[in-house]
Design a protein around this ligand. Structure first.
Ligand SMILES: Nc1nc2c(c(=O)[nH]1)N[C@H]1C(S)=C(S)[C@@H](COP(=O)(O)OP(=O)(O)OC[C@H]3O[C@@H](n4cnc5c(=O)[nH]c(N)nc54)[C@H](O)[C@@H]3O)O[C@H]1N2
Ligand SMILES: Nc1nc2c(c(=O)[nH]1)N[C@H]1C(S)=C(S)[C@@H](COP(=O)(O)OP(=O)(O)OC[C@H]3O[C@@H](n4cnc5c(=O)[nH]c(N)nc54)[C@H](O)[C@@H]3O)O[C@H]1N2
Ligand code: SF4
Ligand SMILES: [Mo]
Length: 751
C-alpha cells in the first residue's frame, strides 16, 4: 500500500465532504475525512469507505463505442467517434434546427466541472433545451423562491435555534455540512429545538423535539394549518414584514380563512402539536429550514414549497445568522429570471414551464414521442442515467429509442449508455480535475477544486469531459484556430495580458457563445499541474470577485479589481483540500435579494388561489390503496453512482418497508417477498416490517434495480423504482414528479 494520503472529495452526495485517499495499486484502499476541508472538517459518513466500488466498477467504460446495426457495440477511435458524432449532430441541426438537440445532465453529485463546458457545444449547435435531476426535485422551489426573493437560500443549521426539516431525513441523506454531529448538537441542547415533518419515523424524526407525523401527501394541509396559526394567533414578525415585504394583506386574508382544526385532521396530526410547532417557530430567535424530496415529490409540491417559504418569511427568518440566507454561488448552477410572466419560457411540444433553464424531466419523453415538428431528435447525456432515474422508465426507453441520435458520456455502462448510438468514456472523478458547484453555504461558503488522485487505467482510452466538448466544438467548426491562437499566445504572456485579450475577444458573439471551451483551449494549457479543466473557473472567479469583493477579501484573498479575481482563481487552484472563497457579514444577504424593488414578495396569486381552494385531502385510489414512496434514501443507497451491488453491507436488494398492520393484513412476514403493482408496472421486493411506517404507506429505496456484470452474467439487483412511476403524475406548475406518492397495490408472493 502507498503511504501518501491524497486529498479529494466524496462524490456520493451534494455535501462533497473532503476526504483523503490512500492507494493500494489502483484501489482506493483507505479513505478518511480530510480535516483540512473547511466545510466537512474531517467528517464523513460511512459511504465513502466504499468508493472503490465506484472507482473500480466492473462495468467501467474503457474505449469509445459505436452501436452496430445489430445493437451490439464496437470500439472506435476518438477521431472516429468525435468526427461521426459531430457530423450527425450537425446533420440533425441542419435538417431540424439546433433546437431539436436536447441536453440531459451535466454533472452528478460531485462532478460539475465537465458540464461547465457543455453549454459551449450546445450554443454552437443552436440547441436551446436541456434538463437534469434538478428538474425532478428543486425546480418548484426555485420558481417560488425566484418570485418571492429572486434568489435561493440555505439554512444556517450550525447557529439556528430551531431547525425545521420538511420531508427531509438528513441523518441518512445529509445535505448539510457534518449532518450527524450538527443534528446531535441541536438535539442535545435544551435551548434549541428540532421539528421534523415526515410521515415516517425517520432517524432524524427519532431525534426531534417535535415530530409532525403527517399523512403521506397531506403536507399542503399541514403547512397551511401552521401558517394559519401564525396569522390567526398573530405570531408574525409584523414590524419586520412592514419594512421588508409586500403582499402581506393578500396572504393574511387567505391564511385567516384556513380551518386549522380541519386541516390538522386531514393531515393526521394532533392540532395541539401543530400549534406548539408553529408557536415554537414564531418564538425562536432564529429558524433554519430544509425542505426536500418528501414535499418536493408529492402532491401539491410547488404549493408546499410556497407554504414552507411563508413559514420562515412570516416569522422574519431571512438574512441573519441562524436563519436562511442566500449563498454566493461560485458557479451559478441555478439561474433566476427575476419575475414577470414575460420572462417565462416553455418547452416546445408539451408547453411545460422551463425553470432555471430546465425542461421538466417528466415531459422529456412526451417531447420526443410525437410527430410534432419541434420534437427533440437527438440527445446528449452526460453524468446522468435518465433511462433509470426519470419517471416512467418504459416510456423513457421508448423515447430514447425513437431518437435519431443518442450520445452518452459516462464512466460506466449504464442503463442509458446501453441504449446509445455512441458511448464516450470519461475518466473517473478520481482520475481527473473535478469540482462541485453545490456551494450553498452562508456565511462562509466553500469551493473545492480537486486534483486527480491517480491516472486512468492503463490500456484504456478515456477523455475528460472538457476535452470531449472542446473536440466536438472543433469538429463542428465552432473553434477556429485563427481565433484561438492569439488568445493562447496571450495566455503565455501572463494572466493580465490574457485577461485583456479575452475580454476583447468576448465582443465577438461567436466567441462569447463558446467562452468556456475557448478558455479551456487557451488559458487551460497555461495552468499548472495539467489543470486545464479548471479554465472555466477563471471566469467564475472574476465574476464572484467583481460582484462580492468584500466577501472575497474577508475570506483572505487580497487585491483590487481584476487582480482580486485572478488571485481568487489562483487560490482555488492552490487549495487541494478546498477553501473558503467568501465570508459574509450579518445582513449581507439583503444585497442579494433579486426582486426589482428589493422587497420580499409574499403574495403569489396563483398559489394563494390553490391554497384557498384546497379540497378535502388527498384522495385514495380504490384499485391502488397504498401510497408508495418510490425512492427513499437509506444507509446503502447513493443514486446510481455505485453500480456494484456488493457495495451494500446490508439491505442487498433494497427492502420494501411495510407497517406491521399492513403486513398482518396482507400476510407478509419479514424477509418474505411481495409484488408491488402500480398503474404503470410491477416489481418484486423483499419485505421488511417496521413500525416506522404508517399503515397504508410503503417505501422502496432509490438507485436500486441496476444491471451489473456478476459471476453468471448480467444481473439486476433490487427493484428499479421508475418502472412504477407515471410521467403524468407531476406538479402542474413545475412538472416535478410525485415519486413519493405513487398509488400502489401490494400482494404477498409465495415463498
Ligand atoms: N444515503 C443517501 N444519501 C443521499 C442520496 C442517496 O441516494 N443516498 N441522494 C442524495 C440526493 S440526490 C438527494 S436529492 C437527497 C434527498 O434527500 P431526502 O429528501 O432527505 O431523501 P428521501 O429519503 O428521498 O426523502 C426524505 C423523506 O421524505 C419522506 N416522505 C415521503 N413521503 C412524504 C410526504 O408525503 N410528506 C413528507 N413531509 N415527507 C415524506 C420520507 O419518509 C423520507 O424520510 O439525498 C442525497 N443524499
Ligand atoms: N423514483 C425516483 N426517481 C428518482 C428519485 C427518487 O427519489 N425516486 N430521485 C431523483 C433525484 S433527487 C436525483 S438527484 C436523480 C439522480 O439520477 P441521475 O441524475 O440520473 O444521476 P445519478 O443516478 O446520480 O447518476 C450519475 C451518473 O453519472 C455517472 N458518473 C459518475 N462519475 C462520472 C464522471 O466523472 N463523468 C461522467 N460523465 N459520468 C460520471 C454515473 O456512472 C451515473 O451514470 O434521480 C431522480 N430519480
Ligand atoms: S455526507 Fe455525503 S459527501 Fe459526505 S461522506 Fe457522506 S455521502 Fe459523502
Ligand atoms: Mo437529488
Amino acid at each position: 500500500m502507498g503511504t501518501e494520503w491524497r486529498p479529494s472529495a466524496c462524490v456520493l452526495c451534494a455535501c462533497n465532504c473532503g476526504i483523503e485517499i490512500k492507494l493500494d495499486g489502483r484501489h482506493l484502499a483507505r479513505v478518511r475525512g480530510d480535516k483540512a476541508h473547511p466545510s466537512s472538517q474531517g467528517y464523513t459518513c460511512e459511504k465513502p469507505l466504499r468508493l472503490d466500488h465506484y472507482q473500480n466498477g466492473a462495468d467501467r467504460l474503457t474505449h469509445p463505442l459505436r452501436r452496430r446495426p445489430d445493437g451490439t457495440f464496437e470500439r472506435v477511435s476518438w477521431d472516429t467517434a468525435i468526427g461521426e458524432v459531430a457530423a450527425r449532430l450537425r446533420g440533425v441541426a441542419g435538417a431540424h434546427g439546433g433546437e431539436s438537440i436536447f441536453y440531459y445532465g451535466g454533472g452528478g453529485q460531485g462532478n460539475h466541472l465537465g458540464g461547465s463546458y457543455s453549454g459551449s457545444l450546445m450554443r454552437a449547435l443552436g440547441a436551446r433545451y436541456r434538463s437534469n435531476a434538478l428538474a425532478q426535485e428543486k425546480t418548484g422551489l426555485f420558481w417560488v423562491s425566484d418570485r418571492m426573493l429572486g434568489t435561493t437560500v440555505s439554512g444556517d443549521f450550525e447557529h439556528c435555534e430551531v431547525a425545521l426539516f420538511v420531508g427531509k431525513n438528513p441523518w441518512q441523506s445529509h445535505g448539510l455540512p457534518r449532518a450527524r454531529p450538527t443534528l446531535r448538537e441541536i438535539a442535545r441542547d435544551p435551548a434549541r429545538c428540532m421539528i421534523v415533518i415526515d410521515p415516517r419515523r425517520t432517524e432524524t424524526a427519532e431525534m426531534a423535539d417535535i415530530h409532525l407525523r403527517v399523512r403521506p401527501g397531506a403536507d399542503a394541509w399541514l403547512l397551511a394549518a401552521m401558517a394559519g396559526v401564525l396569522v390567526q394567533e398573530d405570531l408574525i414578525a409584523r414590524d419586520w414584514l412592514a419594512a421588508h415585504a409586500t403582499g402581506l394583506d393578500e396572504v393574511r386574508a387567505v391564511l385567516r380563512a384556513v380551518p386549522v382544526s380541519g386541516y390538522c385532521a386531514t393531515a393526521g396530526v394532533p392540532e395541539e402539536l401543530v400549534r406548539t410547532a408553529a408557536r415554537r417557530i414564531a418564538a425562536a430567535a432564529s429558524v433554519a429550514v430544509f425542505e426536500d424530496l418528501g414535499v418536493q415529490m408529492t402532491l401539491h409540491s410547488t404549493l408546499n414549497s410556497y407554504l414552507d417559504n411563508l413559514l420562515w418569511l412570516l416569522t422574519g427568518n431571512f438574512g441573519r445568522p441562524g436563519a436562511n440566507n442566500p449563498p454566493i454561488l461560485f458557479a451559478p448552477f441555478i439561474t433566476f429570471s427575476h419575475h414577470g410572466p414575460k420572462a417565462e419560457r416553455f418547452s416546445p411540444v408539451a408547453g411545460a414551464r422551463i425553470i432555471s433553464g430546465l425542461v421538466p424531466a417528466n415531459v422529456v419523453a412526451e417531447e420526443i414521442l410525437t410527430d410534432h415538428p419541434r420534437r427533440y431528435r437527438a440527445m446528449l447525456v452526460e453524468s446522468a442515467n435518465p433511462a433509470h432515474s426519470v419517471a416512467d422508465s418504459p416510456r423513457m426507453r421508448e423515447a430514447l429509442d425513437a431518437l435519431d441520435l443518442l450520445v452518452v458520456i459516462d464512466v460506466a455502462m449504464t442503463e442509458t449508455a446501453r441504449m446509445a448510438d455512441y458511448v464516450l468514456p470519461a475518466p473517473s472523478q478520481f482520475e481527473k480535475w473535478e469540482a462541485t458547484f453545490f456551494n450553498l453555504e452562508a456565511p462562509a461558503n466553500y469551493f473545492h477544486l480537486r486534483p486527480p488522485v491517480l491516472d486512468p487505467p492503463p490500456g484504456t482510452d478515456l477523455l475528460p469531459e472538457p476535452e470531449i466538448y472542446a473536440r466536438l466544438c472543433e469538429a463542428i467548426g465552432a473553434l477556429p484556430e485563427e481565433k484561438v491562437a492569439p488568445l493562447r499566445a496571450a495566455a503565455g504572456r501572463g494572466r493580465a495580458a490574457f485577461g485583456q485579450a479575452f475580454l476583447a475577444a468576448m465582443a465577438d458573439p461567436a466567441l462569447a457563445k463558446i467562452a468556456p471551451v475557448l478558455l479551456y483551449r487557451t488559458l487551460g494549457p497555461a495552468l499548472p499541474h495539467g489543470a486545464a479543466a479548471a479554465a472555466s473557473l477563471w471566469a467564475q472567479a472574476h465574476r464572484v470577485a467583481a460582484a462580492h469583493p468584500e466577501a472575497v477579501r474577508r475570506a483572505g484573498v487580497e487585491g483590487e479589481g481584476a487582480e482580486l479575481g485572478d488571485r481568487l482563481f489562483d487560490a482555488v487552484l492552490d487549495s487541494p483540500s478546498g477553501m473558503v472563497f467568501t465570508l459574509d457579514e450579518p445582513g449581507d444577504g439583503w444585497d442579494r435579494l433579486g426582486t426589482p424593488d428589493k422587497k420580499i414578495h409574499l403574495a403569489l396569486p396563483d398559489l394563494l388561489a390553490e391554497l384557498a381552494a384546497l379540497g378535502p385531502g388527498p384522495a385514495g385510489h380504490p384499485d391502488y390503496p397504498f401510497v408508495l414512496s418510490a425512492g427513499e434514501r437509506r444507509a446503502f443507497t447513493a443514486n446510481t453512482i455505485f453500480r456494484d451491488p456488493a457495495w451494500r453491507r446490508r439491505d442487498a436488494e433494497g427492502v420494501l418497508r411495510v407497517s406491521p398492520k399492513d403486513a398482518a393484513d396482507l400476510g407478509l412476514s419479514d424477509g418474505s417477498r411481495a409484488r408491488v403493482t402500480t398503474r404503470r408496472g410491477s416489481v418484486e421486493a423483499v419485505v421488511e416490517i417496521t413500525d416506522t411506517l404508517q399503515a397504508g404507506h410503503v417505501s422502496l429505496p432509490n438507485g436500486l434495480g441496476l444491471t451489473y456484470p456478476g459471476e453468471s452474467g448480467q444481473a439486476t439487483t433490487g427493484a428499479p423504482p421508475n418502472e412504477l412511476t407515471a410521467a403524468e403524475d407531476r406538479d402542474p406548475y413545475a412538472g416535478t414528479p410525485w415519486h413519493k406518492h405513487v398509488p400502489a397495490r401490494v400482494e404477498a408472493l409465495p415463498a
